[in-house]
Design a binder for this molecule. Structure first.
Ligand code: SF4
Length: 300
């Protein structure tokens, strides 16, 4: 199968869209003979080429800010290590002149529910001489915390390029549990997250997506600053915009609140990574959005 840029893969490319300015590309992929579709995204920003890889076709979890649970498309299956590796190879060819390539298992699926394939794929990607990547990031909601410690002692942890991101959303357990149900609490995950960071020398990045009226207050920023500053060598923070989609009531934090939140963290000496993704809704680039829409069209 060839995509519009003439790249050969064993995937069938069901659809591909790209922002007019070339900063975002998104693929819907399926493997012949296998069930389900899955998304692959790339984001170019400030000299970095981010590759967002799916680990599952669909997802059995029910995160309330994610398009997948709303999509009417069922969870189909775990992807194989080869399918993960191949997504990176496909996207890598589109990096152009950019040398700083960052890969994330952050697309459809919870990587720790497909742990063996993720460990295997990590080794393949990090040891593939045709792929020169700066870092490989695995994002988790915290379903299997003990496996975060396990990961520290695999090729991923030993490489010096393997990093963990944790979906925090809020330090308030009630808010976190409501919006990321059926996962372990921060309290249960934290020893493993700190262990990973201490063992590998790679601080864990805590992801907070700012939602209007939910977690965008200055009080929340103050608590977050204290949490990071309690172990600054082990913990970092990433603040993202929330990209809404049809059928969801949550709204993104206003631009003013977003900026104030960042400003407060920085005023406390916290180094903040800001990620806006597809905030301008160029190509439905947030997790699950394109699969939800295209998948629905295909199944009609
Ligand atoms: S955010 Fe990730 S883990 Fe949660 S439902 Fe969406 S794909 Fe699954």
């Amino acid at each position: 199968m060839e995509d519009p840029q003439g790249i050969e893969t064993s995937f069938q490319i069901v659809n591909r869209v790209a922002a007019q300015d070339g900063s975002i590309s998104k693929y819907i992929l399926e493997t012949p003979g296998q069930k389900g579709t899955f998304e692959l995204g790339t984001f170019t920003s400030e000299g970095t080429f981010d590759i967002c890889v799916s680990t599952m076709a669909g997802c059995p979890l029910q995160c309330q800010f994610c398009a997948i649970p709303y999509s009417e498309i069922p969870y189909e299956r775990k992807l194989s290590a080869g399918e993960l590796h191949e997504q990176v190879s496909l996207a890598f060819q589109n990096r152009g002149e950019i040398e700083n390539v960052v890969v994330g298992f952050m697309g459809n699926g919870e990587p720790f529910l497909n742990f063996d394939a993720v460990v295997d794929a990590s080794s393949r990607i990090l040891n593939d001489p045709s792929l020169s990547i700066s870092s490989l990031n695995i994002s988790t909601t915290g379903v299997r915390p003990e496996r975060i410690s396990e990961l520290a002692n695999t090729d991923f942890g030993r490489s010096g390029r393997g990093k963990i991101q944790f979906s925090l959303l809020s330090l308030d357990p009630a808010i976190r549990n409501k919006f990321i149900p059926k996962v372990k609490s921060l309290e249960e995950c934290l020893p493993h997250l700190d262990y990973f960071a201490a063992t590998t020398g790679q601080p864990v990045k805590y992801n907070v997506m700012l939602v209007d009226g939910l977690n965008d207050s200055i009080e929340h920023a103050k608590e977050l600053a204290k949490f990071i500053q309690a172990a600054p060598h082990l913990r970092r923070i990433k603040v993202s915009t929330f990209n809404p989609f049809p059928g969801i009531e949550m709204k993104p934090a206003t631009a003013e609140k977003f900026e104030s939140f960042i400003a407060h963290l920085e005023s406390q000496g916290v180094d903040v990574k800001v990620f806006k993704g597809d905030a301008d809704e160029k190509v439905l680039a947030s997790c699950g959005q394109m699969r939800a829409r295209v998948g629905r069209i295909l199944t009609q």
